[in-house]
Design a protein around this ligand. Sequence first.
Ligand code: SF4
Ligand code: SF4
Length: 295
Amino acid sequence: DHLPDTIRDKVANHPCFSEQAHHYFARMHVAVAPACNIQCNYCNRKYDCSNESRPGVVSEVLSPAQAVKKVKAVAAAIPQMSVLGIAGPGDPLANPQRTFETFRRLSEEAPDIKLCVSTNGLNLPACAEEISKHNIDHVTITINCVDPEIGARIYPWIFWENRRIRGVEAARILIEQQQKGLEMLIERGVLVKVNSVMIPGINDEHLKEVSRIVKEKGAFLHNVMPIIAEAEHGTYFGLTGQREPTAAELEALQDACAGDMNMMRHCRQCRADAVGLLGEDRGEEFTLDKIDAME
Ligand code: SF4
Ligand code: SF4
């Protein structure tokens, strides 16, 4: 039982972490971050970031001003609205101006709403200080490996210091930045959750090592999600016939990584523009044209 009381209090009423709270508190994501700075073999850019988002329909990309307007309209319509996340459709920290402008405006205009952000971690060290200045409840980093040889099978390239880098070197830099970013957030007192995508035959066994390391460094939750590799989504893994884990394999790995962290089992891999209670998506009710019509 490794969670300090301060963290326990924070997660107890958070829809994404508490089995109980997710029936009573609603969350929404706003899709303000179109660009991404890496390529994951499980990604399909036609859909939302697969870090945290179930492939579905591509999100309507919003400007920060439109996002704030949408959050306020949703909060007025859904009184349980308590958490606002930025999770895509690309990588939020690859779009730092858009992401932080949205947070800055929301802290001023809707101070009661908790904020969270997810990232692949490449640009996290550069953003850690800024993150710690906003009232951000927690950061989610997707960490699929700590070994560059494994990473090279998951990430074909990254875009780093104005050039494209491939292979093991790319994975090495990404892993280094993720770990450094994780440490910087912990040092600054920001809660960190780690997501991992389970890819059978590539990182499934390795994720136990990932879990041990990120918990040791202070991540409060490690959430293992299954890869979605359907050929019709056109992902590299989908096209190469990468299989998805069975329910039993996923559960066994989640058990192995869980510890006190098993409260994350109900993560639904929501879309980058999800709205409502967990398990429901009312995004269609709050498209921009409908929000404009509400005025
Ligand atoms: Fe796609 Fe997200 Fe990976 Fe970027 S970080 S390539 S948007 S899955
Ligand atoms: Fe919560 Fe997971 Fe949905 Fe994000 S994707 S809002 S963490 S349930």
